[in-house]
Design a protein around this ligand. Structure first.
Ligand code: ATP
Ligand code: MG
Length: 335
């Protein structure tokens, strides 16, 4: 069926469950945009940095990610669930495009700089794949000729590189790729439970979409709040306080949030009440997600079918793009 909507490409790495940071920073937008755009939702298994060490986690996470996405309401009739390595054209395009990005340019990317520090601390030596994965991200976006990429703020430097590569390629070889733009939502970067600047799987400071109500309650109770406040009667800080940031992001009852903030500033409410109300709001948000998740969990064949159909469609699109790329590069040696 012809689909003439503009395209979106976006995705995640299958290295664990999706968390409320993904939800607030990415998934919510993907859901909102899925009718207007033809969406390619990518599970980027080529880009897992500890592939060699944790293949079981990767395998399990591909399926779990699909479950999380179905549960939040990414509709497989509206967009495509794509497993990256089932479209090996991604690897080919990565090779061609790696000629269009300088190593110095990669090393100035602030997100990569931060990740590099992590990788260096964790691994004996930095895998070559660490330098190719950002190029592959560029290839992922350009492959379906995406117009837009909805992401959290940390991904913007990658999108900037994508725009540069698209322009450079087009200038030299003719207009093949649209120059895509990043779309960042209302919560560009959700802080972690521990107050760290970013909720992240690798930091273990997450509330996962699949967590049950009890787990959410316990995690919220353990959250970092205002360290300067010793008693419930001390005036507290709302600004920069992760508990209130979560209230802003996830509690739809604005009057309740305003009331809690006012009392917190005056020292007229304890952390316990603020946290209990947050846990309640989160569980209200997560309940229908949990319900849809268990529906699909009981139907693994349906989930696999969604992944198979989406990946097959993406492969068709990829082959068409690669045809154009080869033509543009004039790789017609045998003609
Ligand atoms: P993590 O960052 O938890 O280790 P990841 O790096 O595997 O997960 P990505 O693939 O980087 O996940 O993220 C998928 C999408 O979710 C990206 O668009 C990213 O910007 C967004 N995202 C991830 N964490 C957050 C967060 N804490 N706040 C806002 N957006 C986020
Ligand atoms: Mg990340």
């Amino acid at each position: 069926m012809a689909d003439d909507r503009p395209r979106i490409l976006t995705g995640t790495r299958p290295t664990g469950p999706q968390h409320i940071g993904h939800f607030a920073g990415a998934l919510q937008q993907w859901i909102a945009l899925q009718h207007e755009f033809e969406s390619f939702w990518l599970i980027a298994d080529y880009q897992v940095s500890d592939f060699a060490e944790d293949i079981d986690l990767v395998r399990e996470s591909v399926f779990e990610t699909a479950l999380d996405w179905l549960a939040v309401g990414l509709d497989p009739d509206q967009g495509h669930y794509v497993i990256e390595s089932l479209v090996p054209e991604h690897a080919e395009l990565t090779i061609w495009l790696s000629w269009f990005i300088g190593l110095g340019r990669l090393q100035r990317n602030p997100t990569l700089k931060a990740e590099m520090a992590d990788v260096e601390a964790k691994m004996e030596s930095v895998p070559v794949a660490f330098f190719t994965y950002p190029v592959m991200q560029v290839a992922n976006i350009l492959m379906p000729k995406a117009h837009a990429v909805p992401v959290g703020e940390d991904q913007l430097p990658h999108i900037e590189m994508t725009r540069e590569v698209a322009r450079r390629f087009n200038r030299k070889f003719g207009e093949v790729f649209p120059v895509p733009k990043g779309i960042v939502g209302d919560v560009p970067r959700l802080v972690g439970l521990d107050g760290d600047a970013k909720m992240s799987k690798s930091l273990g400071n997450t509330i996962d979409l699949r967590d049950d109500a009890e787990t959410v309650m316990l995690k919220v109770r353990s959250m970092f709040t205002d360290p300067t406040r010793l008693r419930a009667t001390d005036p507290g800080h709302v600004e920069g306080n992760p508990v209130f940031m979560y209230h802003d992001a996830f509690n739809p009852d604005e009057a309740e949030v305003e009331d809690l903030k006012e009392r917190y500033l005056k020292g007229a409410v304890g952390d316990v009440e603020v946290k209990e109300k947050l846990a309640r709001a989160l569980n209200t948000l997560l309940d229908p997600i949990r319900e849809r998740r268990s529906y699909y969990q009981a139907r693994p064949d349906e989930v696999k079918q969604v992944l198979a159909a989406g990946s097959e469609h993406a492969r068709m699109v990829a082959q068409a793009t690669m045809g154009e790329v080869r033509e543009a590069l004039q790789l017609d040696y045998l003609k």
